[in-house]
Design a protein around this ligand. Structure first.
Ligand code: ARG
Length: 579
């Protein structure tokens, strides 16, 4: 649609120039003013003419009328002046001769652009805290983060996906104490991360006690944990070896989940990597006289910016989360010279990012405005909030496993003869969760409901994957019979409606990037699926008797398959040839 908009804008500019050649408006300016009418029957595009009344010194009604009178553009079949709007209809010939061939020729590249050429985007996402459960709260950062990476890559950016593992901190002191007290190597080798989580939960419960049950907090244990972490900080070999082992066990586990999602990272440099990179930044802060001592701790006062102070060093001189983030940002800027560095985390961390972004600015780093925080809302399951410390969590792997199992049951019932069912069930089960999650605007809190996610008849992953499989099956049955036709012939309104929707894909990609919002793609996929299914029900495809009409419909099916497939690939949804 972007190309059509420009074509139409050229013609509009020609017309506007005849009224007043000195408006200074370019075709590109005008193309940005074109809107999509809320109701398709009004037109495919509309130009609100009040935007020109000042420069053209006429009423919007007069302008719309003048523009429509002399309008002449190959892409447009009709245009009407209505209440100061110019309503424009795209011609079927144009859709058939330009849009569909463009999609078919571009294939996997349809929707790509090169606006990011030569620029690097760093994305920091997923980043779980090692040895703590990888739970449903991480779904957001993982799939939003990876989708944003895919979207930027699609727009030509070089992307670096970083899993900034939470692999350093007092929790390791606690874990080491717990391991020596209650754990064993065999147990952990067998049980993996689940064993670590059990130990973590147990040690936390002991340390904090339980007021209701009259169990006092265990202060000695807390001190022991601190001491063990301190030993790690000064390089104690034994503790470092255990820590490395814990990290590896956690990573092995995460890889399974990433594998199911088709996610890989370019770097796993976690918090621990920055331990030796913080002192230089702390020193710089001190030299610039940005550090204040407050009750023994070192802080940057952010009161002039209406924020609480940013904590840099604790009373005992140990570093904090913001300290590490500052050091990591400096390192990444030097390493990758990014155009943008994007951080995807829950909205609970908004203040943290605002604070340390400000500190980076105060430190005089002129790239502070290239740091972007992308927050997302919280997830609950059937209304229940999640907490990691108490162990009351829904693990991502369990959520996936449940979905896969349910999909298997449904498939066994619907299509028992299907080959490769295990892989398909995994693609559909995991896809259902991803799609359900990404259907929401990211900032909204969501209540996750498995039945909604898996509903094959709802606006769900299974439904759109099923639509994709339907396209594949039609193309399979046609078996290449319609590969050559001279010209496409659109005869039904559902056909043109489908092509118009398909033509909007490149614009949707730009919108999704501009808003950092994968849900733009999810919702678009639903539009395509709805238009395709309307077309499928209204029009005979394989059984159409007119060979040109049949071939046209096959081409439309192929174009739909391409667009759906490309869109799926942007949101971690697997393409399913069969369901
Ligand atoms: N590990 C953190 C957590 O689980 C998220 C890290 C986000 N990235 C960052 N650079 N702070 O809360």
């Amino acid at each position: 649609m972007q190309k059509i908009k420009l074509l139409i804008a050229d013609e509009l500019k020609r017309q506007i120039d005849t009224i007043n050649p000195e408006t200074g408006l370019s075709s590109a300016d005008i193309s940005l003013m074109l809107e999509y009418p809320p109701d398709r029957t009004l037109g495919d595009l509309a130009l609100p003419c009040f935007k020109f009344s000042k420069t053209l010194r006429r009423s919007p009604v007069q302008i719309a009328q003048t523009l429509s009178d002399g309008f002449n553009c190959e892409a447009v079949s009709e245009c009407n002046a209505v209440n100061g709007y110019l309503n424009i209809f795209i011609s079927d010939e144009y859709l058939a001769s330009k849009i569909v061939p463009e999609i078919l020729d571009s294939g996997d590249d349809y929707g790509k652009s090169d606006i990011g050429k030569g620029k690097t985007v760093v994305l920091d996402y997923s980043s779980p805290n090692v040895a703590k459960p990888f739970h449903i709260g991480h779904l957001g950062t993982t799939v939003i983060g990876h989708s944003l990476k895919l979207l930027h890559e699609f727009a030509g950016y070089k992307c670096v996906g970083i899993n900034y593992l939470g692999d350093w901190g007092t929790q390791f002191g606690k874990l080491i104490v717990a391991y020596r007290k209650w754990g064993s190597r065999e147990q952990i080798e067998k049980g993996g991360i689940d064993e670590l989580v059990k130990l973590y939960v147990r040690v936390n419960n002991e340390i904090s006690g339980n007021e209701a049950e009259g169990i006092a907090p265990n202060k000695e244990l807390a001190d022991e944990a601190r001491a063990e972490f301190h030993k790690m900080e000064i390089g104690d070999e034994e503790n470092i070896a255990i820590w490395k082992w814990f990290v590896q066990i956690s990573l092995d586990e995460y890889q399974k989940t990433y594998g199911q999602l088709g996610i890989t990272f370019d770097s796993y440099k976690g918090e621990s990597f920055y331990t030796d990179k913080m002192p230089a930044q702390v020193e710089k802060l001190r030299e610039m006289e940005l550090l204040k001592i407050d009750d023994g701790a070192s802080i940057v006062d952010l009161e002039p910016y209406n924020m609480p102070p940013c904590l840099i060093l604790k009373r005992d001189g140990s570093t904090l989360y913001p300290t590490r983030d500052i050091a990591a940002a400096v390192y990444r800027k030097n390493e990758y010279d990014f155009e943008k560095c994007i951080y995807v985390t829950s909205s609970q961390q908004i203040l943290h990012f605002q604070q340390w972004f400000k500190v980076v600015e105060l430190m005089g780093y002129d790239w502070y405005d290239k740091l972007v925080h992308i927050p997302y809302g919280t997830v609950s399951i059937n209304g229940a909030k999640l907490a990691t410390r108490t162990g009351n969590v829904v693990l991502l792997k369990d959520l996936f496993a449940t979905a896969i199992e349910k999909v298997s049951e449904i498939m066994e019932e619907k299509n028992p003869a299907l080959k490769g069912r295990t892989d398909i069930a995994e693609a559909v089960g995991v896809g259902a969760i991803v799609f359900h999650y990404l259907s929401n605007s990211r900032i909204k809190d969501m209540n996750f409901n498995m039945d909604d996610a898996l509903d094959f008849n709802g606006n769900t992953g299974p439904y759109v994957q099923y639509t994709y499989a339907r396209c594949c099956s039609i193309l399979d049955k046609d078996n290449g019979n319609s590969s050559s036709i001279a010209a496409l012939k659109l005869t039904e309104s559902t056909e043109s409606a489908l092509v118009k929707t398909l033509s909007r894909f490149p614009e949707k990609v730009s919108d999704a990037i501009a808003q950092y919002e994968p849900s733009v793609i999810t919702r678009y996929i639903l539009d395509v699926a709805a238009d395709f299914n309307r077309f499928y029900h209204d029009c005979q495809i394989l059984s159409a008797t007119d060979p040109d009409i049949r071939a046209t419909r096959i081409k439309l099916t192929e174009a739909t398959k391409i667009v759906l497939g490309n869109a799926f690939s942007l949101i971690c949804l697997k393409k399913t040839e069969k369901i």
